[in-house]
Design a protein around this ligand. Structure first.
Ligand SMILES: NC(=O)c1ccc[n+]([C@@H]2O[C@H](COP(=O)([O-])OP(=O)(O)OC[C@H]3O[C@@H](n4cnc5c(N)ncnc54)[C@H](OP(=O)(O)O)[C@@H]3O)[C@@H](O)[C@H]2O)c1
Length: 305
């Protein structure tokens, strides 16, 4: 690769740029001179709209497309299956086909929900998938369609995302703790919380390496370090936020997942093993506790809307 090409910023086009990962990726990418960021939200690029995809890709001609767009309302997906598959499966295929036409590699995000959660010691990228609901199945189909259409792809499966915006367990816990005296949280559902900004760090680090010639296309897992359960995570959120705010909540009660009925079934232990990412890219897991502390500082130092 010649010097001029190496010095040129890597142009990345982000879809779903107003979601949790999309927002943090845009923010982090804009602070890094290695990258030129084109951040497109759903109104600028709907991944179910083939014409809009082609128009935007041919207009910007990015070096990489990073798909952060998804329908990820897990319960809603059970009765909005058509919309869920249209975005998470067909939409991914349409985006991948457009990328293939223009020889643009694509980075895609997927989920621990492609597994059924019966394997307690952690899932590797080679483990068999067995999604329990529409959302997990649609994400698996999206992965498969991408694999068929575009060999130059990276798929990163992540789990239990949290950030300072959107619909996530941290913000829902804070909201509930402000208004309720007693909270319940499931103690037998295990996983690894992962901050969206940490995922953004990992995506950019992977992209730098493939851009510099690493032949590392394929599927990887990433999640925050240390396995926990929803109850302990909830406790940790309340302790971390308790340094900044007095809550109404006085008791936190552990409950069984059997007593917490939701429309969609969820995997009970969806721990992702991240050894492949470490051995191929040298990228280590960061402790989610540290990321949570950092997020609390950000949330409580931001002016109230
Ligand atoms: N959240 C989690 O805990 C979790 C866990 C594991 C994996 N993941 C995966 O990680 C990725 C990022 O998740 P996230 O939490 O950042 O998701 P998110 O906050 O829900 O963001 C997704 C974004 O995609 C947009 N979108 C929906 N349909 C679209 C379409 N047809 N075209 C373009 N944009 C569209 C959404 O816009 P609207 O909101 O306006 O619809 C939203 O801004 C997703 O692939 C998700 O499946 C998430």
């Amino acid at each position: 690769m010649d010097l001029e090409l190496l010095l040129k910023p890597i142009k990345i086009l982000i879809t779903g740029a107003k979601g949790q990962v999309g927002t943090d990726l845009t923010r982090l990418g804009k602070t890094d001179s290695f990258f030129e960021i084109i951040a497109l939200d759903k109104s600028a690029l709907d991944i179910t709209n083939a014409k809009q995809i082609n128009d935007q890709l041919t207009h910007y001609l990015p070096d990489y497309v990073i798909n952060c767009a998804a329908f990820d309302h897990v319960d809603e997906a059970e009765h909005k299956a058509d919309l869920c598959y249209a975005v998470n499966a067909k939409g991914v295929e349409t985006l991948a086909l457009a990328c293939a036409d223009l020889s643009i590699p694509m980075f895609h995000l997927s989920t621990d929900y492609v597994f059924d959660g019966h394997y307690a010691s952690g899932y590797t990228e080679d483990d068999e998938v067995a999604p329990l609901g529409v959302y997990g199945d649609s994400k698996w189909q999206g992965e498969e369609l991408l694999r068929q259409v575009l060999p130059k792809h990276l798929i990163l499966r992540v789990s239990w995302l949290f950030s300072g915006q959107g619909n996530n367990f941290v913000l829902r816990t804070l909201e509930a703790a402000r208004t309720q005296n007693a909270l319940e949280a499931v103690s037998d559902r295990r996983g690894c919380p992962t901050s969206a900004s940490d995922v953004a760090r990992v995506i950019l680090a992977m992209l730098k390496q493939v851009h510099n010639g690493a032949d590392a296309w394929g599927t990887y897992h990433y999640c925050g370090a240390e396995i926990t359960n929803r109850y302990d995570f909830c406790k940790e959120i309340l302790i971390a936020a308790g340094n900044y705010e007095n809550f109404e909540v006085e008791t936190l009660v552990p409950i069984s997942s059997k007593d917490y009925v939701t429309e969609a079934q969820r995997p009970n232990t969806s721990v992702l093993t991240c050894k492949k990412l470490l051995s191929v890219f040298g990228i280590r897991q960061r402790p989610w506790r540290q990321e949570l502390q950092w997020l609390m500082r950000v949330i409580y130092s931001s002016p109230k809307p």
